[in-house]
Design a protein around this ligand. Structure first.
Ligand SMILES: *[C@@H]1O[C@H](CO)[C@@H](O)[C@H](O)[C@H]1NC(C)=O
Ligand SMILES: *[C@@H]1O[C@H](CO)[C@@H](O)[C@H](O)[C@H]1NC(C)=O
Ligand SMILES: *[C@@H]1O[C@H](CO)[C@@H](O)[C@H](O)[C@H]1NC(C)=O
Length: 482
């Protein structure tokens, strides 16, 4: 993390300079504005590139991220400003910087302009500073980034805004050696927003970068727990006989905020709750959104059932409908989870199978859709394993993840009622955020005897979704291989 790309041997840098400067002739950045929204486990970065083509028929624009920044970016998407469809991206990790090639929606002629927006979510990008805090003290975090947004193209003017939700910013870096880029003031603060720049005429050559690039940091107060799910193990079990989908999550949750200085006082804690001024580094409860039609919800930890949960269900809805309704599960861990502490627990629930399974009569194929995870707001999931257990005898199994998985594999799951065991598909992922709540689709066929009578009549809506996702993924994979 501490190693920055501009400290790499200059030899390596200059070896790449030719391609970088060739690209550099095609566009110029009229302006770059980077906005960083500080959080706890998650930090949002939105960068707008006002682009002007300098050569005819330009169809690909390149965005550069430092290797360190790419390493902490767990999700990214490029769009034309104001539009909703993401643009096609391909990544090139081979050069000193991480290059993203963005396919423009139409070719730009000389002097043609476009505003592109790169949106990213960073994880593990902040740390508590100091590392300890007393129960009454605020939770202070530190975030670091590079001063200049790098680009293969010359940038006429750029600025970076760093926004803290709470207005109490403790401190921030004043950059050095930037006088030649500045017309008025290098850094300004207004409430919780720190603005670096405007900086003018930012060059692309390696000498410039090596000389002027520098790390800046913001030290700020954050009023919510910094939560990390170190491991999530989700098991989704399909039962055609019971017409049921059971989902169970085993979770190891970690509070990554500052550890407690001194003793924990329950009296003070109760007082803080009473006055609604809860210590930001203590997790006392959280809320999950579960699917509609949930039954038999349970919540237990190492000591058994936790009775302090509360579920409000909404009736189940037909699959494929863009329902915005969800059941709400409020969880209160057995004890308040302080900074540095862990909490391991299991939650599970059933939903009617016909809400997530479709059947294509023509081909005799079932398709089931299983969400990768249930989001805990503001949380990063460091490691996830999702196992989908299919009915006994299922064959011709195909699957598609909503975004690239780390690994996938087939296995056989044997439970006491089974004779031969059931096929299971397992996916693993890293650094998931609320941007990764998509659906895994699995298609399969079953012997006639195991058919699910209830969904027989249901249309093929889910199947077409699957087919679409499958095609989209193939296109996507081809793109990445290139
Ligand atoms: C592009 O803009 C520049 C400056 O405004 C102008 O000199 C040039 O002729 C333009 N080129 C084309 C092809 O329009
Ligand atoms: C936990 O609660 C569920 C239902 O709320 C009950 O069926 C189960 O027996 C309980 N288990 C223990 C260990 O108390
Ligand atoms: C929390 O869990 C991690 C591993 O998941 C472990 O290294 C750490 O010691 C645990 N912390 C406490 C306070 O038990």
């Amino acid at each position: 993390m501490a190693r920055r790309w501009w400290t790499l041997p200059l030899l390596l840098v200059s070896a790449l300079a030719p391609s970088f400067s060739l690209a550099g002739l095609a566009f110029e950045n009229t302006a770059i504005v980077r906005t960083i929204e500080l959080g706890g486990s998650l930090v949002h970065v939105s960068t707008t590139y006002a682009v002007k083509a300098l050569e005819p028929r330009q169809t690909t624009y390149q965005i550069a991220l430092s290797k360190a920044e790419r390493a902490k970016t767990s999700w990214l998407e490029a769009k034309v400003k104001g539009q909703t469809t993401p643009l096609e991206l391909s990544e090139d990790e081979s050069s000193t910087e991480h290059l993203l090639s963005v396919s423009l929606p139409k070719a730009l002629a000389v002097n043609g302009t476009l505003n592109l927006v790169l949106e990213t979510v960073q994880t593990h990008a902040t740390h508590p500073f100091p590392e300890q805090a007393a129960q009454k003290e605020p939770q202070l975090l530190k975030y670091e980034t590079d001063l200049f947004t790098i680009s293969p193209y010359v940038t006429l003017v750029q600025r970076t805004k760093i926004k803290s939700m709470a207005p109490n910013v403790i401190s921030y870096t004043t950059p050095h050696d930037v006088d030649s880029f500045v017309r008025d003031g290098s850094v300004t603060r207004s409430g919780g927003t720190i603005t670096y720049g405007p900086y003018n005429d930012i060059q692309t050559d390696t000498y410039f970068v090596a000389k002027h690039q520098q790390s800046i940091s913001v030290h700020y107060s954050f009023d919510y727990p910094v939560l990390e799910v170190e491991t999530l193990r989700r098991t989704a079990e399909i039962s055609h006989w019971g017409s049921n989908l059971n989902i169970e999550d085993k979770i190891h949750l970690h509070n990554a905020g500052p550890t407690l200085k001194g003793h924990f006082s329950r009296l003070e804690y109760q007082g803080q709750i009473y006055h609604r001024r809860q210590a930001p580094h203590i997790l006392s409860d959280f809320t999950l959104h579960l699917p509609p039609g949930v039954t038999n919800a349970y919540f237990y930890d190492q000591n058994g059932n936790v009775s302090t949960s509360h579920l409000r269900t909404v009736p189940s809805v037909a699959k494929g409908s863009k329902a915005t309704q969800y059941s709400v599960l409020e969880l209160r861990p057995r004890y308040p989870v302080l900074g540095g502490w862990n909490y391991s627990y299991t939650i599970g629930f059933d939903t009617p199978l016909q809400d997530s399974v479709g059947y294509d009569v023509k081909n005799g194929i079932y398709v089931v859709g299983v969400p990768v995870m249930t989001n805990i707001p503001g949380t990063v999931v460091d490691n996830a394993e999702v196992k989908i257990i299919l009915p006994e005898g299922a064959t011709n199994i195909e699957f598609i993840s909503p975004f690239p998985e780390l690994s996938n594999g087939m296995s056989t799951h044997i439970s006491y009622l089974d004779t031969a065991g059931r096929p299971a598909v397992t996916f693993t992922y890293k650094d998931l955020t609320y941007k990764h709540t998509g659906i895994i689709y699995v298609s399969y066929q079953v012997p006639v005897s195991a058919h699910l009578k209830k969904v027989m009549s249901v249309g093929a809506a889910l199947f077409s979704l699957f087919a679409f996702a499958f095609m989209a993924r193939r296109v996507d994979l081809n793109l990445h291989k290139k």
